[in-house]
Design a protein around this ligand. Structure first.
Ligand code: URA
Length: 238
C-alpha cells in the first residue's frame, strides 16, 4: 500500500506537492469515490482518476549498471552531457540511487522505486561499499591506520573505513592499488579521505555495494535486479 499523492506523482503527471493540492481540491477519485484525505493509502489494484482521467501506474524497475567514466550520475544535465539514465533504454522514470563522481566507475543501482532507494541509502543499514582506489604514492601502514580510525573530511564530518587492503604497489610508476570498504556515503568520501592524508586518487571504482557486485558486467553494461535481490533489500526494513 502506498500514499495516494505518491502514486499520483510517480505516474509522472505531476509533482507530489501538486498531487496533494489536487487531492484536497477534490479532483482525485479512488475507485469512483472522491478522496480528500491526504494520508489515504492505495494498492496497485485501486483505480485512480485525476481530473476525470485514469492514471497509468508505472511498473517498478531495478537495474545494476557498471558505470563507465565520464558519465554523470543524474537523470538530466543542463550542459547536455550524457547521464547514467541514457545507458538504460526504458520509458520508466528511473534515477540513480546515490551518486558516483563523473570519473568514478562501477556499481550503481537505478530504479523508479523510491522506497527501495531509501532503504539502500539509509545510514542505519550501514550498507557496505567496497572501492578500489588507484592512488599516487605508496600507501603506508600509518596511512591505513588513519583511514580505519576515521578522518575528518569536512568540519565535523568523519569518514571511516572498516577495511583497507593494499593490493599492489608499483615502484616504477609510484602508484598503489588500495581496496577500501566504507559504510557511509558522504560526498566524494573516498577521495577526500585519501586527500586528507596526502594521497591523490587517480582512479576510483566501486566494486561492491551491499549484495551487488560487477560479476559478468563490463563497463557500460547493465542488468535487471532479480526478484530475490529486491526482496533481500526490502527485508532490511523488517
Ligand atoms: N567516493 C568518492 O570520492 N567518489 C565517488 O564517486 C564515490 C565515493
Amino acid at each position: 500500500m502506498e500514499r495516494l499523492q505518491k502514486v499520483i506523482a510517480e505516474s509522472g503527471i505531476t509533482s507530489r506537492r501538486k498531487a496533494e493540492e489536487l487531492i484536497t481540491l477534490g479532483k482525485v477519485k479512488v475507485n469512483g469515490e472522491i478522496i480528500k484525505e491526504l494520508g489515504t493509502k492505495v494498492s496497485s489494484k485501486d483505480i485512480i482518476e485525476v481530473n476525470g482521467c485514469q492514471i497509468e501506474k508505472e511498473e517498478k524497475e531495478y537495474y545494476l549498471l557498471n558505470k563507465p567514466r565520464g558519465i554523470l550520475s543524474s537523470t538530466t544535465d543542463d550542459k547536455n552531457r550524457k547521464t547514467v539514465t541514457d545507458l538504460i533504454p526504458t520509458n520508466a522514470r528511473i534515477y540513480p540511487v546515490g551518486r558516483l563522481d563523473y570519473d568514478t566507475t562501477g556499481v550503481l543501482i537505478l530504479t523508479n522505486d523510491g522506497e527501495f532507494a531509501n532503504i539502500l541509502m539509509h545510514p542505519k543499514h550501514e550498507i557496505e561499499k567496497v572501492y578500489l582506489a588507484k592512488i599516487k604514492g605508496q600507501i603506508t601502514l600509518d596511512a591505513i591506520k588513519k583511514l580505519k580510525e576515521g578522518i575528518e573530511i569536512e568540519k565535523g564530518i568523519i569518514g571511516k573505513a572498516s577495511k583497507v587492503k593494499c593490493k599492489k604497489t608499483d615502484p616504477k610508476t609510484n602508484n598503489s592499488l588500495v581496496q577500501i570498504t566504507i559504510h557511509e556515503g558522504k560526498n566524494h568520501q573516498v577521495k577526500k579521505m585519501f586527500e586528507k592524508i596526502g594521497y591523490e586518487v587517480l582512479k576510483l571504482k566501486r566494486e561492491k555495494e551491499g549484495i551487488f557486485d560487477l560479476k559478468n558486467l563490463s563497463s557500460g553494461e547493465y542488468r535487471k535486479l532479480t526478484p530475490k535481490e529486491i526482496k533481500k533489500i526490502y527485508s532490511l526494513e523488517k
